[in-house]
Design a protein around this ligand. Structure first.
Ligand code: DWN
Length: 412
């Protein structure tokens, strides 16, 4: 179910150096049915390599995407913060192209239609999603967001183009890092994108991961960890010009890159140069900069185990909120089980009444929180800490506290 990489997926160099090893962990979105609790779970090596030629960070292995993405439990629409973020993105694109509301907008890996829904609310009328997960494509189509159930590919692009014509806008949020063959992915984009079109890709930013110790965002779905320098090199090989870059706080820090086949309103703000200078100044083109991450991850593990061990000794009850992919990385890396965290609350129906992979901690709905009244809530979805704390006022009123694990363990 996996293969080791031999060359950098962007520049094909074999000059790859490992800088972080999080051990062997299960697929973090492969939740366990209660009846399968005794079944052995597959675990895979989780190790990050740095390409000394183009500065792309990437996992040492590629897990078969079919076992990760064809039935997918993560739904973008669960989070209000994420819905608002997508609303802002659709608004920005509507401001750039106020007269193109009938032109085709295609969203790659459109999940439950969350982003396209926002385009629809901004009066874009010609929308199409491409989503490999059968369950998510069905949800999107039920809510009248036209969605093709397929992985993105040159073939998928050809089919869409022949039926609906070229796209004025192609978006790809939280998918570019998940793709092994980026060259084939961009081949499809170039087939579908119109000459005056805009390709907008949003990915977690490695600068934030390193700076804010977000090692738990490293997992088998995320094959690449991007800086602008390798993305620029890849786009140039497809004659895609980067015409703008902006930074966002979403998911611990993302960059959004606007690219076009033509020089339409070229990067007037010189944002690309600014980010490349930032990456250079932060030492992100030097392997030495990455060597500190391992020690910072080990410190989070030590501190989290210490605080949870003390709570257990003091007979305090600890639970968690957000059965997130990153949360499952953290639980597995720290070797935390239900002896330390009794349950995880999550509002995603597909996650409830299942067990978290590896830790086998039960995942429950929000009602369970009121029933069990834990003293502490570990915010495994720390990127939504504010939203989760706003949702759990009763926990606070009971004197309950939160443990936020990243960038370092702290109690609030
Ligand atoms: O790229 C990816 C990112 C964008 O999303 C995917 N590979 C997988 C996924 O990663 P994640 O699971 O770490 O993402 P989140 O969005 O940090 O996960 C949040 C979790 O918390 C979800 O399971 C939903 C849950 N949640 C909730 O139950 N109630 C979140 C909020 C805000 C809530 O109010």
């Amino acid at each position: 179910n996996y293969r080791r990489i031999r060359a950098c997926r962007i520049c094909r160099s074999d000059n790859l150096v490992a800088y972080l090893d999080l051990g062997k962990i299960p697929l973090v979105n492969s939740l366990i049915k209660i009846e399968d609790s005794q079944k052995k779970e597959d675990k895979f090596p989780l190790e990050v390599l740095y390409c000394k030629d183009c500065s792309l960070s990437q996992l040492s292995i590629v897990v078969n995407p079919k076992i990760m993405f064809l039935d997918y439990v993560y739904r973008s629409s669960i989070s209000k913060t994420l819905r608002n973020h997508f609303s802002g993105m659709a608004q920005k694109i509507s401001d750039i192209f106020p007269l193109d509301k009938e032109r085709l907008v295609a969203d790659i890996a459109s999940n439950d239609g969350c982003l396209l829904q926002q385009f629809k609310m901004k009066n874009f009328s010609n929308l199409i999603g491409v989503e490999p997960a059968k369950n998510l494509a069905a949800i999107a189509n039920t809510s009248k967001i036209r969605t093709i159930n397929s992985f993105w590919s040159a073939n998928a692009a050809k089919k869409i183009e022949s039926k609906y014509g070229k796209a004025k806008i192609i978006t790809a949020t939280n998918v570019f890092a998940h793709v092994d063959d980026l060259h084939h992915f961009l081949e499809g984009v170039c087939i579908l994108l119109d000459e005056d079109g805009l390709f907008i890709v949003e990915v977690p930013y490695l600068c934030d991961l390193i700076e804010k110790n977000e090692f738990d965002t490293i997992y088998h779905e995320h094959l690449s960890y991007f800086l602008l320098k390798p993305i620029k090199r890849l786009f140039e090989s497809f004659n895609l010009k980067i015409v703008g870059v902006d930074k966002h706080l979403m998911h611990g820090g993302t960059i959004r890159i606007y690219a076009s086949k033509s020089d339409i309103n070229a990067d007037a703000h010189k944002s690309l140069e600014k980010f490349l200078a930032l990456e250079r100044d932060r030492g992100l083109y030097n392997i030495k900069t990455y060597e500190g991450l391992s020690a910072k991850a080990k410190k989070v593990k030590k501190d989290l185990l210490k605080i949870l061990g003390r709570l257990k000794k003091d007979n305090k009850k600890a639970a968690a909120y957000g059965a997130s992919a990153k949360g499952n990385v953290l639980l597995n890396y720290c070797g935390i089980g239900k002896d330390l965290i009794e349950f995880i609350i999550d509002d995603t129906p597909e996650k409830q009444n299942k067990l978290a992979p590896g830790s086998k901690i039960p995942i429950k709905d929000a009602g369970y929180l009121e029933k069990e009244k834990p003293d502490y809530l570990v915010l495994l979805a720390w990127n939504f800490a504010e939203e989760l704390m706003n949702k759990t006022k009763s926990h606070q009123e009971r004197g309950g506290k939160y443990i936020i694990p990243i960038p370092e363990v702290r109690v609030v």
